[in-house]
Every structure is written in C-alpha cells, then in structure tokens.
Ligand binder design. Structure first.
Ligand code: UDP
Length: 327
C-alpha cells in the first residue's frame, strides 16, 4: 500500500513507519520536527517537513494514497494541563484539517493514534472499549474529540477508520526508540538516571490507592504496537470506526518499574518521592481482548523486563553517541 504517516519522525510514528516499510509498503512521512527526529526516518522513506494542515492537502492530492496513519500530535499530560491551547490547536485543529484533506482526495482509510487518556480515571480495570470516556486532562479530551469526529466521518463520508488507544508505550525497535529533547516519560527518564545523565528519578505521588501508593500503568512494547497498526490497516472497513485498546494487560507501579530498571541495568538508580503530577489517574490497565479477537493481534513482548531491556539497549547506545558527539 502507499501510505501517509503523519508524525513519522516521532517515537511511535517512526517505529510504525519502519515496520510498515520493512513489510514492503511505500511510505511518505510528514513531520514538523518539533519533537521528532529527522534521523528516525529511514532513507527508503519519503520525508516532508511541515505541519499536517500546511502540507497534507497537497501531499494527498499529489499521489494516490491507500491510507493514512495519523500520529502527529502533542502528547504530554502535564503540558496539556498548563498549556491547553497547544493541545486543542495541535491535536484537534490539525487533525480536522487532515480529515478534510482526506475527504477532498477520497482517501478514506485511516488509523488514528488515540490514547488510554480518553477514559480518564476508570471505574473498572482492565479498561474495555465500552468504558465511559471522561478524560482528566486536555490531552485526553483533545484526542477524544477527534475520535468523535472520526466516528461521524465514518458514518457520513464512508471513512474506514480504526482508533488505537495506546496505554504506556515503551521499548525500541532496532535503531528507532524514544529520543526526545524534553523527556517526561517514566522509563526513558529512569534509564537516563542509570546513565548518570540525571541525579535521580522523582516518584510522582506516593499516596495513590494502589498496593505501594504509586501510580500503576500498563506498558506495551512499541513493536507490538506497530504490529497492531499493520493489522488495523488491513482490517479497516468503509463506514466503520473501530476502536481498540492496546496494552499488555498487566499493571506495574512506578516503584516496580524502577526496580525492573535496576535489575535490567544492574545499576543503583536513586529515586526520590515527590508530589503527584497534575492530571495523572491512579491506575490504567488495558483489556486488549477486542484487538486480540478481532484483529488477530498477538503481542509478543509483554514482559516488562524485555520492554525495559530493549529500551536500555537503545538509550545506552544513544547515550554513548550523544557523549561522543559532545567530545
Ligand atoms: N512518573 C514519575 N516520575 C517521572 C515520570 C513519570 O513518577 O519522572 C509517573 C507518572 O506520574 C505516571 C507514570 O510514571 O504515573 C507514567 O508516566 P508517563 O509520563 O511515562 O506516561 P503517562 O502515563 O503519563 O502517559
């Protein structure tokens, strides 16, 4: 298939673009490089720099695309609370421009990068797709708004769309992994402490109603996530908007993640207790049963130590490269 990948220089987008290119698809990436890395896009992938709203209409009009995978987004919970404008503009306005460019060019197959944050504080875990959506922060709310828009575009304009609601993505795929200038995610930050690039890891909140008082998340390997995108593309049906949760089905507390990182790296990794971060739910664990039964998804790297080990492989090499670049 000929596929447009927005945000294909970012973490999840670049891994998905790589996996799809390796499967023989012809990929064009659009990315404005605000958080993405040009080096994460392989030489065999066409790259166009710019905002989705600025470049997607012409790109889609210029060739016959079979589908779009839409990753380009702002994705930090804390930042969405302090600067919501970026989220309504970057996620909602930009995504609507993409949907309308798709409509104008009769490109109706879409896989959208949605999020567990659309559910908010869950009433029940594991979270199923029919659970109420009540986001606790503007990030989740902006993604949910687009999910609603997509549902209506499927009904009215015959789009064939799938939203994948990711839980906590981690790990790496060969030379592509998490490499942000401003890092806020737990696993890469803990590994930066292991490398000595930070003094300690702050544990945000120790008074949650969980076994050890720290927040619990469901970590999914980025390669398993990419596989789900490939399956979703094949499965998309005109007139339908399918929504799937993607996680490993197990929850790990912040303290458990830090312990696993200590075991994998063999390093001490100092940690310090800190107040809760605004907008963070206590527990997010996915039920991925629907993706398993309907898409035939078979996550292969569900063990947290495998996820951390792949992330460590990537981060430690990156650390060496960054270090030698400074010398
Ligand atoms: N977290 C933490 N210290 C950090 C970064 C994150 O304690 O330096 C916690 C955060 O509060 C959340 C969990 O780790 O409970 C996962 O956060 P992350 O930012 O990785 O992903 P999110 O769940 O926000 O998508």
């Amino acid at each position: 298939m000929r596929l447009l990948v927005t945000g294909g220089a970012g973490y999840v987008g670049s891994v998905c673009a790589r996996v799809l290119a390796d499967r023989g698809h012809q990929i064009t990436v659009i990315d404005n490089l605000t958080t993405g890395n040009r080096e994460a896009v392989g030489a065999d992938i066409e790259f166009i720099e710019g905002d989705v709203s600025a470049v997607a209409p012409a790109v889609l009009a210029g060739a016959d695309f079979d589908g779009v995978l839409h990753f380009a987004a702002k994705s930090l919970v804390g930042e969405s609370v302090t600067d919501p404008h970026q989220y309504w503009q970057g996620n909602v306005v930009e995504s609507l421009a993409l949907l309308d460019a798709m409509r104008a060019t009769d490109t109706r197959r879409l896989v959208f990068s949605s999020t567990a944050a659309t559910y908010g504080e869950p009433e029940q875990v594991p979270i199923v797709e029919s659970a109420p959506t009540a986001p606790t922060n503007p990030y989740g709310a902006s993604k949910l708004a687009i999910d609603h828009a997509i549902t209506s575009y499927c009904a009215a304009y015959d789009f064939a769309a799938t939203s994948l609601r990711y839980f906590n993505v981690a790990g790496a795929y060969g030379s592509v992994g998490e490499n942000r200038v401003v890092e806020t995610h737990l696993i890469p930050l803990v590994l930066q402490v292991a490398l000595g690039h930070r003094d300690d890891i702050k544990i945000f909140g120790t008074d949650y109603p969980t076994a050890d008082g720290t927040a619990v998340r469901d970590y999914i390997h980025v390669h398993d996530l990419a596989e789900a995108h490939a399956l979703a593309l094949e499965h998309s049906t005109p007139g339908r908007h399918d929504i799937y949760n993607l996680g490993s089905g197990a929850g790990f507390s912040v303290r458990e993640v830090i312990t696993t990182c200590r075991e994998v790296t063999g390093l001490q990794i100092p940690a310090e207790e800190a107040p809760r971060r605004a907008g963070d739910p206590a527990v997010l664990i996915a039920s991925s049963e629907r993706a398993i039964s309907e898409l035939g998804w078979r996550p292969a790297k569900t063990d947290l130590s495998v996820i951390v080990s792949d992330a460590w492989d990537f981060t430690s090499k990156l650390g060496d490269r960054a270090h030698s670049a400074q010398r």
